[in-house]
Design a protein around this ligand. Structure first.
Ligand SMILES: Nc1nc2c(ncn2[C@@H]2O[C@H](COP(=O)(O)OP(=O)(O)OP(=O)(O)O)[C@@H](O)[C@H]2O)c(=O)[nH]1
Length: 309
């Protein structure tokens, strides 16, 4: 069965429906929502439409295109997750996952979409659409897991032109994938020279400590050199996956929204922050101030912080 943007996957017998529910995974934002209500892979025809020359030209010109939207029923949102149909088009952020094969792009995307390994949804599509609440405000994300190196269905040029943000993934157990990530960063810079699009370098598989080939310091240094953000994740343990996608939203907002809007959000977040986090932030500032390599440290520290530019 094909899952599509109109939620046709919701059809079928009650037993089949229960089976589908059983196979929905949990997400960092809570239990996975029912397929027909919230996150789902988008029909490839909708994706084709989003990648037409007209749509891409509009994207390159900074205009929002009509993103493929499911026909969501109203209401019934959970604490930080709600129907993808409620956001306006301006708040639909297109996020592309890039990286060498096998680094965990699909695993990260599936966690975002709340789709468990081996489910029919996994086979049906590579784009996930859902809304998440970040700093008290809802944002809709379209996460595209469509990057293929050889014999790509989607031309790399198209992929590099359409994103509002890019997540370049490597595996910490594969030095080659780390080098590939640097190459991709260079290609992206070339493709989007004039655009200030956020790029987040992600060292995935951080759970595989014994097979580590790329240190945290190497990852961080690379992010500093290539002027992007950096985070290590483990899709296997769902570690930092929520921080990653929330960070993507913050990075887009920091570039698109007014200073006032961002300051208001940050003030709200600081108020909600636990005492531990406040203390950590305070200590971090003192350490940076006392460091001889202050400038580098401050920069390498901020490349870790996905809530600042
Ligand atoms: N231990 C561990 N394994 C992971 C992690 N993320 C992904 N994997 C495994 O790595 C393999 C490749 O993951 P995918 O998500 O298919 O990687 P991909 O980048 O989408 O690969 P392509 O589709 O070939 O581009 C799978 O066996 C995953 O289960 C992780 O964080 N930790």
């Amino acid at each position: 069965m094909t899952l599509n943007g109109n939620g046709s996957a919701a059809g079928g017998s009650r037993g089949a429906g229960r089976e589908r529910e059983r196979r929905r995974g949990s997400t960092p934002w809570g239990p996975a929502p029912p397929l027909h209500r919230r996150s789902m892979p988008v029909d490839e025809r909708d994706l084709q439409a989003a990648l037409t020359p007209g749509a891409l030209a509009a994207a390159a010109a900074g205009k929002e295109t009509q993103a493929p939207r499911p026909d969501w029923p109203e209401g019934g949102s959970s604490d930080s997750l709600s129907s993808g149909g409620s956001g306006s088009d301006e708040s639909v952020y297109k996020v592309l996952l890039l990286g060498a094969p096998g680094v965990g792009k699909s695993a990260l995307a599936r966690i975002f979409g709340g789709v468990e390994d081996g489910s029919e949804a996994e086979a049906a599509g590579h784009t996930y659409d859902r809304s998440i609440t970040v700093d008290g405000e809802e944002a809709s994300l379209m996460v595209y897991d469509i990057w293929e190196q050889d014999g790509a269905r989607w031309l790399p040029g198209h992929c590099m032109a359409m994103g509002d943000a890019y997540v370049i993934v490597y595996s910490i157990t594969d030095k080659g994938s780390f080098e590939k990530a640097s190459e991709l960063r260079v290609q992206l810079r070339r493709a989007r020279q004039t655009d200030n699009v956020p790029i987040i370098l992600v060292g995935n598989k951080s759970d595989l400590v014994r097979s580590r080939e790329v240190s945290v310091d190497e990852g961080r240094a690379c992010a500093v050199v290539f002027d992007c953000k950096f985070i290590e994740t483990s899709a296997a343990l769902h570690h930092n996956v929520q921080a990653l996608f929330e960070g993507v939203v913050r990075q887009i907002r920091l570039r698109r929204d007014s200073k006032e809007d961002n300051a208001r959000r940050q003030a709200g977040t600081r108020r909600r922050e636990s005492l531990g986090k406040k203390a950590k932030r305070f200590l971090g500032r003192i350490v940076a101030r006392n460091s001889r390599k202050m400038a580098f440290r401050a920069k390498s520290k901020s490349c870790h912080d996905l809530s600042v530019l």
